[in-house]
Design a protein around this ligand. Structure first.
Ligand code: ADP
Length: 488
């Protein structure tokens, strides 16, 4: 099949979270030779794009007439590392040459509407006839509507079907309806949800939910959750209506990039046969974080965007109490909302021998935390899939999680009597829940003479033997593609 994959971030070129990882890994797995698909990616050429130095100009100028706006873009191409998949970078410094990938600027709607328009113009210029246009999240959710309206005349797209993957329903791209003319869709107003239009709003994600031929999201549990009012963020009714074409497909992980046996970002490689290297990584992690190394004291790692979604509101009381009463250390990597940054900075000041807070985005530090921690904390309020718990499992780092979304699909509470389970899970999102899961983890870890290393090792092994490769997941996406584009 010919697949056009359009996303606002693709690792390693630009990444703020899981979408960036998935937008690289899924096309890479789809393009594997044995599958025989022609996969191409479109993303913005951000000012701070990484690893695109050798990009070649492939289309000099495309002039987009969007209502009153005339936007000129050029297109550069690079290969997705490790593949021959072309990544078309939409070059438009006026829109993409800013500090961040996402902004609060007044033209955020235009930045991503242009990405969708440009993606389809690229197909036209290159004569690429997609069987599937695969959109991701609100930023590219206008693609289905564009194909049904502004591009409907072009026979190039007569067989094209659309798939929209929801990576996070919490971000929907909701704007004042006035922007319809800015994004060149004033004439298509009747295709947007009429109740919302009357209220003076348009919602990019909703337009994708209504018009994509199939919808996917990134775990089976999240697919069920978003159809309920508690997690649907206002779109649950629309999702229920489309439930027959909504599929939850768990994300995979890049098993070469996140493999303790091959990882060149960590000082000591190790495997489930010999965890000696893991202990050395723990030493290295603590040294680099400026904390003392005490073998019997467990280290809990956190690598996260510090956002409301991630559930750190539960930590304000629970963590200080735990740190005061228990021999435990905490290494936190992440940036985000000031209140959470201040929480971890304050914990580091108050417990200088127990807590380190590293306030930045750093892949090498993320790898070292996965490799050097004993436990990994993800108390997310909601988590569409989550990648870090899967990385943790592979690194023998025992996850402690709230039972939601992809966390519920990958982590099972450990039962000492049966030896089954790979982590610690709390059911209810409240402080009691978090306290319970941390307590259960510290109990199995044990202290002094009570330390039961054999049980802990069993728990680690249960996780390290899990497989999360994309090779298995990609077949599920192919099934969805075939379902919507049966001609192929
Ligand atoms: P989300 O997409 O909601 O942020 P995921 O768990 O799906 O959550 O993906 C997060 C990804 O971003 C992981 O690959 C994680 O390692 C990475 N990440 C998050 N914060 C940082 C950070 N401060 N430094 C390095 N990597 C980070």
């Amino acid at each position: 099949m010919n697949v056009l994959f359009v996303a606002s971030e693709v690792a390693p070129f630009a990444k703020t979270g899981g979408l960036g990882d998935v937008a690289a890994a899924l096309p890479r797995a789809l393009a594997a030779q044995k599958r025989g698909h022609d996969v191409r990616i479109v993303m913005p050429m951000y000012g701070r794009i990484k690893g695109a130095d050798g990009a070649e100009l492939v289309i000099r100028e495309i002039s987009l007439e969007l209502g009153g706006n005339r936007v000129i873009v050029s297109v550069y191409a690079v290969e997705l590392p490790g593949t021959e998949v072309p990544v078309y970078l939409v070059h438009c410094p006026g829109l993409y040459g800013r500090q961040g990938i996402y902004t609060q600027d007044h033209d955020e709607h235009l930045r991503f509407a242009v990405l969708s328009w440009a993606a389809l113009h690229i197909c036209q210029r290159l004569g690429f006839r997609p069987d599937i246009v695969h959109a991701n999240d609100w930023q590219t959710a206008l693609l289905p509507i564009l194909l049904r309206t502004a591009f409907a005349w072009d026979r190039l797209f007569s067989q094209t079907r659309t798939v929209l993957t929801i990576h996070n329903i919490g971000h929907q791209g909701s704007f004042d309806a006035k922007v319809l003319s800015d994004i060149g869709l004033a004439a298509s107003a009747q295709h947007f949800h009429q109740d919302q239009l009357r209220e003076g709003r348009i919602n990019f994600m909703l337009s994708g939910l209504l018009y994509a031929n199939a919808l996917t999201t990134v775990s089976p549990t999240y697919a069920r959750e978003i159809q309920r009012p508690e997690h649907g963020v206002g779109l649950d009714a629309f999702l229920r209506e489309r439930s027959s074409v909504l599929f939850g497909i768990l994300n995979g992980i890049d098993e070469d990039e996140w493999n303790p046996q091959l990882d060149d970002k960590i000082p000591h490689r190790y495997s489930s046969d010999d965890l000696g290297g893991k202990e050395l990584n723990k030493k290295a992690l603590l040294a680099s974080a400026g904390l003392p190394y005490v073998p019997e004291v467990p280290v809990i790692g956190i690598v996260s965007r510090l956002a409301w979604q991630k559930g750190f509101d539960l930590c304000f009381d629970v963590l200080p109490a735990m740190l005061r009463h228990r021999a435990v250390q905490l290494v936190v990597l992440g940036t985000g909302e000031p209140k959470y940054e201040q929480l971890f900075a304050a914990l580091a000041r108050r417990f200088p021998r127990q807590v380190a807070y590293i306030s930045k985005f750093s892949e090498p530090v993320a790898h070292l935390i996965e490799a050097g921690s004993d436990m990994f904390l993800m108390p997310s309020r909601y988590e569409p899939c989550g990648l870090n718990q899967m990385y943790s499992l592979r690194y023998g780092t025992v996850p402690i999680v709230h039972r939601t979304g992809g966390l519920a699909d990958t982590v099972w509470h450990f039962d000492r009597s049966t030896g089954r389970g790979n982590g610690f899970v709390f059911e209810h999102f409240d402080e009691g829940g978090l306290r319970f899961a941390l307590g259960a983890a510290l109990k199995v870890w044990g202290t002094g003479a009570g330390a039961d290393r054999a049980t802990w090792r069993k728990l680690q092994m249960n996780g390290m033997q899990s497989h999360f490769s994309w090779d298995e997941r990609v077949a599920a996406y192919e099934m969805v593609y075939r379902m919507v584009a049966p001609g192929r």
